[in-house]
Design a protein around this ligand. Structure first.
Ligand code: AMP
Ligand code: ZN
Length: 472
């Protein structure tokens, strides 16, 4: 087992991973708010967390990961209200789309995906502890965290409390707080909003509280790693620390790791700039998601990732070099007799350098550089006809080993996963739906179905006897 060093946001310095239970990492990763489809920025953060998980496993650690689903907040409530459906009906398709997006990028599943709406009891219990200890107070049906009570508030983000006027009683638009800096733990329900009963009246949990309660439920009151994008540092993670540590009196999390944002063509992604992409948008433009995964891996998580279509094409070209090496290897001759293999030390070096790069603050670009050094050596070995018996197997095994982290080298697995999206029966059913839509002159729906099938590599052919399909 190798012990990695991470840039710990807490303390702003590199720190060696220390865990509560030796050999086991318990980590919490903030998940999506399911009022919309995730964009590729969100996916960058989720992919970074996937590589962190896989990297830790590569280094010999056992990992238990939690990712929450925020299925109640202002946006989900508004969305459900304007669609005229219940909260769970509104969030269901976004939750399904989220899992589909994880699969599309070959992101491994976490051990737990708790939903906020299913953990209200744990959240109320946590608020109760905070109220009892004087860290929280009720005001007009809502409950707030009393920041003035928390001496080390700001230790994660460097937020300086003294910069904000203290002790002033503030009536914000919606709620009465004792102090402008206080944040909400429980929001009293307004007319017509979904609400749960509580000792402070009907309402719903605040976002920060949700992650504290679910993190501690699944991973214990103190756990090892907490991640998110850099925008989560303040106030979300700062507030999680405040709530959890004030309630338990114990350190909440030792290592905080935050991924920098994805930007597009050097600018922030936004709908108004027209540079806002979901994975589906990229699929619709014919992008190769295997190349996207590679592109994301090629930039260290603490650097901004500038997404461009040229960058995506470069990533595709890099993958092609890797694919070609594997292909050449399959057909290369291995000599029978016993010269020393040059690839035994090359394989050892690859695994050592690859592990060292991961242990060095999850340096994926360094890890890929080690892989390309190895590829050069293998190609030289093939060119010089210097492969000996066992080399092919040895190289393939080493590639499989590093691909447990990278998840991009097995082109066949990606092809299969893409065409596996729909079973034959599902495709047949979609064709029936499409025929019915056309009969009802709903051509928009009919075209949508065709697009959905095309995006999964299914080609339709309309014939006089009906529509036939085949996989590309
Ligand atoms: P949200 O659904 O908005 O709560 O975001 C889910 C995750 O995506 C959080 O961990 C955010 O920090 C992260 N995130 C949001 N925008 C970006 C972006 N442009 N680049 C990378 N990560 C992001
Ligand atoms: Zn969170």
């Amino acid at each position: 087992m190798q012990t990695p060093v991470f840039s710990n946001t807490l303390g702003r310095r590199p720190s060696q991973l220390e865990t509560v239970v030796p050999g086991e990492v318990r980590m919490y990763t903030c998940g999506p708010t399911v009022y919309d489809t995730s964009h590729i920025g969100n996916m960058r953060t989720f992919l970074f967390e996937d590589v962190l998980r896989r990297g830790l496993q590569f280094l010999g650690w056992q990992v238990e990961q939690v990712m929450n689903l925020t299925d109640v907040d202002d946006k989900t409530i508004q969305g459900a209200a304007s669609a005229g459906v219940s909260l769970s009906e509104f969030t269901r398709p976004f939750i399904e789309a989220f899992f589909q997006d994880l699969d599309r990028l070959h992101i491994q599943r976490a051990e737990h995906y708790p939903r906020a709406t299913e953990h209200i009891e744990e959240m109320l219990e946590l608020i109760g502890r905070l109220v009892e200890k004087g860290f929280a107070y009720e005001s007009d049906g809502s409950v707030f965290f009393r920041i003035a009570q928390d001496e080390d508030y700001g230790k994660l983000s460097g937020f300086d409390l003294s910069q904000v006027r203290q002790g002033e009683r503030v009536a914000s638009d919606d709620y009465d707080k004792e102090d402008v800096r206080d944040f909400v733990l429980w929001k009293g329900a307004k007319e017509g909003e979904p609400a749960w009963d509580s000792p402070w009246g009907p309402g719903r949990p605040g976002w920060h509280l949700e992650c504290s309660a679910m993190g501690m439920k699944y991973l214990g009151e103190s756990f090892d790693i907490h991640c998110g994008g850099v925008d989560n540092i303040f106030p979300h993670h700062e507030n999680e620390i405040a709530q959890s540590e004030s309630a338990t009196g114990k350190p909440f999390v030792r290592t905080w790791i935050h991924a920098e944002h994805l930007i597009v063509d050097g600018e922030k992604m936004s709908k108004s700039l027209g540079n806002f992409y979901t994975l589906q948008d990229l699929i619709d433009q014919g992008a190769d998601l295997r190349a996207l995964r590679y592109q994301m891996l090629s930039v260290h998580y603490r650097k901004k990732l500038n997404f461009t279509f040229e960058g995506l094409a470069d990533a595709g070209a890099a993958l092609k070099r890797l694919d070609e090496m594997r292909f050449r290897l399959l057909y290369a001759n291995e000599s029978e007799a016993g010269a020393d293999s040059i690839l035994v030390p090359a394989c050892d070096r690859l695994l050592k350098e690859f592990g060292d790069a991961l242990a060095n603050d999850l340096n994926t670009s360094e890890a890929l550089a080690a892989l390309f050094g190895f590829v050069r050596e293998v190609n030289q070995g093939i060119d010089g006809e210097r492969l000996v018996a066992g080399d092919r197997q040895r190289v393939l095994e080493s590639l499989d080993r590093v691909d447990e982290v990278l998840g991009v080298l097995d082109a066949d697995a990606w092809r299969e996963a893409e065409s596996d999206g729909l079973s034959d029966a599902e495709i047949d059913q979609l064709l029936v739906d499409r025929r019915e839509a056309r009969e009802a002159r709903d051509f928009v729906r009919a075209d949508e179905i065709r697009d959905q099938l095309t995006s999964q590599g299914i080609v339709l052919e309309d014939t006089p006897t009906g529509t036939r399909w085949k996989r590309q």
